[in-house]
Design a protein around this ligand. Structure first.
Ligand code: ZN
Length: 61
């Protein structure tokens, strides 16, 4: 029985070591990579919906 416990502990230690090694490398599956970052106007800072430039200049003038 003692051997089983020691093997279990060793297995847990190995899993912990592998977990530490893997965790930083694993990319998060649900990241922002799929979603495109919303474009923002560099002038007014507002979100640009759709395509084309922001119409803040037209609005201001
Ligand atoms: Zn703008």
């Amino acid at each position: 029985m003692i051997k089983i416990v020691t093997f279990f502990l060793i297995g847990m230690a190995i899993l912990a070591i592998f977990g530490r090694l893997r965790l930083p490398r694993l990319p998060k599956p649900r990241g922002r990579t799929k979603l495109k970052a919303p474009r923002r106007c560099p002038r007014c800072g507002g979100f640009i919906v759709g395509s084309g430039p922001c119409n803040c200049e037209e609005r201001d003038t």
